[in-house]
Design a protein around this ligand. Structure first.
Ligand code: ZN
Length: 170
């Protein structure tokens, strides 16, 4: 099996069996993110305990890249401190933009998405879950309400924070 095939298998496995599906009980922050380019959507619940990512639950619909990447994200950040989790998210963002050498220990199964960096449209799919996570993290640490974010078609990772509200929410 080639490395590319192995990576495909890993992505497919996460797509078919998301690691932390569903909805969180009790106190948590919830965000919904949409990627209009591909039609992907995710609802992500996050619970922090102090400075630690205690739990995440993701439900969504869309392409295998978007859903599998969100599953990998949940697996890689749950149990970590907030600064560590942000380091993983930054590592994945760098992987998607082919910046520097990927840290496989940090990324875990995230390394399987390395080939996605060649396809800018798919990069948006792969980053959706990670951007939702970072959004939820900001909301949780700042004590903000739940939120909805539509990723603009011309936007990339850096625009998430200023992405438009959906019309029905405005
Ligand atoms: Zn997609």
């Amino acid at each position: 099996m080639s490395l590319e095939e192995l990576y495909q298998e890993i992505i497919l496995d996460h797509y078919k069996k998301p690691r932390h599906p569903g909805r969180l009980e009790g106190d948590h922050v919830e965000v919904r993110h949409y990627n209009p380019v591909c039609g992907d959507e995710l609802t992500l619940g996050l619970r922090l305990e102090g400075e630690r990512v205690a739990d995440i639950a993701v439900r969504g619909a869309g392409c295998s890249i978007s859903q599998a990447s969100a599953s990998v994200m949940s697996e890689q950040v749950i149990g970590r401190s907030v600064p560590e989790a942000l380091k993983v998210a930054e590592g994945f963002r760098r992987l998607m933009h082919s910046e520097g050498e990927p840290d496989e220990d940090l990324l875990g199964d995230g390394i399987a998405f390395a080939g996605v960096a060649r396809y800018p449209v798919r990069v948006k799919c792969a980053l959706l879950g990670w951007m939702a996570f970072k959004d939820a993290l900001v909301r949780a640490t700042d004590g903000l309400d739940d939120g909805e974010t539509l990723h603009q078609e011309d936007g990339h990772a850096a625009t998430a924070a200023k992405a438009q509200k959906l019309p029905e929410e405005a």
